[in-house]
Design a protein. Structure first.
Ligand code: BTN
Length: 331
């Protein structure tokens, strides 16, 4: 049986497709959906309460009007989504401690892959290396995707690169400048971080149970939203696009990129993902510092190995392979 939300998603899709002049009659909606015209009217009212501008034109029908801002909620996301795997279930929250934590709970209770968790804000957004992720409401994207690839735990890191490529491709569609990637997975515009990715893993010794790919994208943040300590190193897509970006359009685009790269990965493995990743990496040949647990390695970046490890040639020694760490670069 269709749920209330399913019906609202269907009504929105029909309104988006529109008939002549973008209009669809109450009778047509009720025939398509198999519900009464009174029920149609109730759903239209619910959609309006969710922020959709729906005009009712007497004896002609309903028309969806474009507002200044796209509504950003479960119904708008589901009705705009063009994917078949990623986002087939959407869990949308106004506020959660962390979408990664919520996705992990869902993963543990058997949630199928492709489900996504999205929050308008996070109260305890998690970053890499125990840091926090600033997550104010109304401006950005905080999302976590559950994946269940049949891979060994040591290859789960591949999905960090895959997520980074998907985010970089999505960001490039909304910016004047081409984004770059900082190893392993920060997405930068003009050297400032617009997105971070936190991959969390549930696995047994020889099998990945599921992966949560947590992605935070600064979309419409203004410097004032950010604490002073990151104002010089963080940026938002809007800083580069010059005007506010629809979170709905960005999110839907991102999920389709994740789906594209995930399908490529399942068919062809890591090499095409890494090749695409290298296309956004511009630190080869530069002097870099990499902070790993207990030490800092400085030297010339020699690119990345076939498994994604960073290669750094130190002044005194051979090339070092670094599996994880925090990198900064200089010209
Ligand atoms: C980083 O340190 O660069 C990684 C940041 C990852 C932030 C995202 S926001 C959505 C998801 N939920 C979290 O708590 N963290 C990730």
């Amino acid at each position: 049986m269709a749920t209330r939300d399913d019906l609202e998603v269907k009504i929105l899709k029909l309104l988006n497709a529109g008939g002549g002049q973008g209009l669809i009659s109450g009778g047509d909606l009720s025939a398509h959906l198999g519900i009464s015209r009174t029920a149609v009217w109730k759903h239209i009212r619910a959609l309006r309460a969710l922020g959709f501008l729906i005009e009712a034109i007497p004896s002609r029908g309903y028309r969806l009007k474009k507002g200044r801002k796209d509504p950003f909620n479960e119904v708008s996301i589901l009705s705009a989504m063009g994917t078949d795997l990623i986002g087939r279930r959407v869990y949308f929250y106004d506020s959660v401690p962390s979408t990664n934590t919520r996705a992990f709970e869902l993963g543990r209770t058997g949630e199928p892959e492709g489900a996504v968790v999205i929050a308008d804000s996070q109260t305890m957004g998690k970053g890499r290396l125990g840091r926090s992720w600033i997550s104010p409401p109304g401006v950005n994207l905080y999302t976590s995707v559950i994946l269940r690839p049949d891979i060994l735990p040591q290859n789960a890191h591949n999905l960090t690169f895959l997520s980074a490529v998907a985010v970089a491709e999505a960001v490039s569609g909304f910016c004047r400048k081409r984004p770059t990637l900082k190893w392993p997975n920060d997405v930068l515009i003009a050297g400032r971080k617009v997105s971070g990715i936190l991959l969390e893993l549930a696995s047994e010794a020889d099998k990945v149970n599921f992966v949560v790919a947590g992605i935070g994208v600064n979309i419409n943040t203004r410097p004032g939203h950010l604490p002073p300590e990151i104002r010089d190193t963080a940026a938002s897509i809007m800083d580069s696009s010059g005007s506010p970006v629809s979170r709905l359009r960005f999110a839907v685009n991102l999920y389709s990129k994740i789906e594209k790269w995930y399908k490529i990965y399942l068919r062809h493995g890591f090499p095409p993902v890494l090749q695409a990743w290298k296309g956004f990496f511009d630190m080869e040949g530069r002097t870099v510092s990499v902070h790993t647990i207990g030490r800092t390695i400085q030297g010339r970046c020699m690119g990345v190995d076939s498994d994604g490890s960073l290669l750094v040639k130190t002044a005194s020694g051979p090339v070092q392979r670094i599996i994880s760490g925090d990198m900064s670069g200089h010209r």
